[in-house]
Design a protein around this ligand. Structure first.
Ligand code: HEC
Length: 165
């Protein structure tokens, strides 16, 4: 824990150093044109080096970037650990792109549970609403390990969103 914090602190210091390196030469600039030129050449690689060294420290960065900013309601954060909205990009759960109006288990490149495949459901407002409220009750044996979203308003928001992707 301590070690990790130290690493983060070091990265912060590196970033500070990089910024300092960027601005400091400008203070010296009035003296002559030459130092400015060499400072600019030196300054650029040093910022890049600092950034490159920071990458391994910023462990959370890739997860936060998996889904581009969109019109998804905040509650979709509960889904995106398992579901992408990019067509063909399955994760733990199937891609939800275009799911509204399809038959449950329609994707050929995702291995659904037998329960989902034989559920006979079509994803309209009513079926999505009941499945998202209580997945295991509506499709007993589903492998979607999500306890269900009990908030009616948030479920409606979510379904409105699913219609658009
Ligand atoms: C822990 C992972 C996980 C979470 C969290 C999760 N899902 Fe799922 N979801 C799955 C899996 C796995 C399946 C496939 C279920 C099966 O085959 O029984 C699935 C299936 C679905 C389906 C049916 C898709 C199809 O192609 O028939 C929908 C719709 C769905 N999820 C929506 C959601 C929404 C909306 C949320 C957020 C409220 C959510 N899921 C949260 C894993 C998850």
């Amino acid at each position: 824990m301590r070690k990790h914090m130290k690493l983060v602190t070091m990265a912060g210091m590196l970033a500070l150093t990089a910024c300092g390196g960027d601005t400091a030469p400008k203070d010296e600039a009035p003296q002559s044109a030459k130092p400015v030129e060499s400072a600019a050449v030196e300054g650029v690689p040093s910022v890049e080096t600092a950034k490159a060294e920071m990458v391994p420290v910023a462990v959370e960065a890739p997860a936060a970037q998996t889904i581009p900013a969109s019109n998804a309601p905040a509650v979709f954060a509960q889904c995106k650990a398992c579901h992408s909205v990019v067509p063909g990009k399955n994760g733990i759960g199937p891609s939800l792109a275009g799911v509204f109006g399809t038959k449950a288990g329609h994707l050929e490149d995702f291995t659904y549970s037998a329960a989902m495949n034989s559920s006979g459901l079509t994803w309209d407002v009513a079926t999505l609403d009941s499945y998202l409220k209580n997945p295991r009750e509506v499709v007993p044996g589903t492998k979607m390990s999500y306890p269900g979203l009990k908030d009616d308003t948030k479920r409606t928001e979510l379904i409105e969103y699913l219609k658009t992707i």
